[in-house]
Design a protein around this ligand. Sequence first.
Ligand code: FAD
Ligand code: SAM
Length: 536
Amino acid sequence: MSHAIQTADLDWQLVDGIEVPVSKQFGDVYFSKDNGLLETRHVFLNGNDLPTRLTDLKPFEYFCVGETGFGTGLSKPDLIRALNVWPELKPLADQLISQYPMPIAGCHRLSFPEQRFSLDLWLGDAHDVFPIMEKTAPVNAWFLDGFAPSCNPDMWEENVLNNIVRLSEIGTTFASFSVAGVLKRGLKNHGISISRPRGFGHKREMLKAIWKLSEPANSGADQDITQKKTALNPELEFNVRQIAVIGAGIAGLSAAWAFAQRGHQVTIYDQSAPLAGGSGNPLALLNPKLCPIEQSAEHLMTLAWQHALTHYAKFKAFRPIQVSQLALKHPETLLSLANEYPAHILSVQTADEQKLHTEYSSLKLLAAGTISPHQLRDEILQHPNIKYIQAKITKIEQLSQPELFENENCLGQFDHALVCSARETAQFFEHYPALKPIRGQVSWLNNSAQPLSKDTAYNYGGYCMQLDDTHLILGASFHPGREDTEVLPEDHAHNHELLQSVFPDYAVQRYVPKVRITFLYSVKCSLNRKFIVLPV
Ligand SMILES: Cc1cc2nc3c(=O)[nH]c(=O)nc-3n(C[C@H](O)[C@H](O)[C@H](O)COP(=O)(O)OP(=O)(O)OC[C@H]3O[C@@H](n4cnc5c(N)ncnc54)[C@H](O)[C@@H]3O)c2cc1C
Ligand SMILES: C[S@@+](CC[C@H](N)C(=O)[O-])C[C@H]1O[C@@H](n2cnc3c(N)ncnc32)[C@H](O)[C@@H]1O
């Protein structure tokens, strides 16, 4: 897979007052010169009968559209320029542009909560991307929109088409401006029925297709699954769900928010109070350890960092900040990442260029941020679909639906229960990955005489950043295997020594005499497996 995504080289042609982008590489237009918006409505929306099918959807019914080839050249300025032509699209275009992803391979999720849809934008070559897409739910309608097969044969090859069908189900429809033989033959080979209604503008024909129940399917197993899940199945119920979340740390609050945004009713329970656990630090830093770019599409931390940037930006609790990751160990390996990622995301700073005197160069992460967990909690708990209740959940009874208990007291029955109780999660499950406690403690101290700039945090094994106008926050001690929770002076000393080891002038000369330390401690847990899937 090519991971540093190349944005397209475009020509812009003015046709009847509309700027039409043309790919220099493929020698073809991104949309019809006769009017791209009307073409889209005719070919893709009407070609998939979407006006009727979307109107007929029940309130919480799931519907998935797949598209091959996205947007206009993958560069944000080009996208803005192309979309400017259609003022009626502006409310949606603005949301798309504001969360448009970095040009890094992988799946990028964009959210449009008001309109109740999300967009999973897979950046990468179709041949690499399609095979790794999970069929979590089938695609109901396809927009087959590469460049014309004559100039872009790759996009219409059997391998791509096989995957498109794999991701589909009985009842899925397909539409394309192209009626090229390769496409018609490919779909027919999978038993998909094709018609060729009138095309858009000067085009005589377009392609409209449906995978019908009566046609032979490509796989019996697939057919079984898809028939149960099909949007045409009248037995499925689509209702507001009652969701219980156990634990009001960052994980529980964020999960609650995600469900509430989709219109579901959420009750969060915490045994003590929201942010009583590891999430209660005064400030959290979004500071990922990025992978070499060729691993980006599969590296959870790198993908999560990109998602977090657009997700948290919707909250007042978020503040953009840059992070200087000091190159202490294996400096060449760390600093070489700057050559792989786009220049507006990572750069190298020499020791001389640092604002604080140090002997270390750094990798500067230009897209990062801080989150105030307390402000985030307040914003999330204001959501009208979220209710918070203090209760220690002692048992989940798994009947037809989960029932939650505090001792003998049944608190209610829910459609789904999510357990976000950090270390305590294991108590609810018979088989659960072993969790290892890690003791950690942050410190903060008065630095009003010489505050750091609020636009940069520093990472050096520990980390430091300006907490407010008068305080510096220092993190964090790290003791795997320990679960004691007292505040320890030696952990504060440790945090300060870490600072001193990289910024000796700043730490010693200016701040030690003025230290006023307040505390927070916690035990954090790490998993000895990469992923867990929580039963809901
Ligand atoms: C010192 C320190 C510094 C850190 N710094 C950062 C940072 O800068 N950036 C970063 O990204 N991460 C940081 N982390 C890690 C981060 O804080 C944790 O990964 C995160 O807070 C975990 O959130 P959580 O919601 O899973 O767990 P928690 O915040 O621990 O929440 C679990 C909640 O479940 C509740 N609970 C447990 N059992 C029950 C029950 N039976 N019934 C009801 N409620 C229950 C608890 O009361 C608690 O509120 C740091 C961690 C520590 C310790
Ligand atoms: C005609 S444009 C359509 C764009 C989009 N559907 C729209 O309406 O704006 C074709 C798109 O297919 C993309 N494309 C071509 N070959 C591809 C391949 N092998 N893998 C992934 N995308 C490809 C191009 O980059 C381009 O964005």
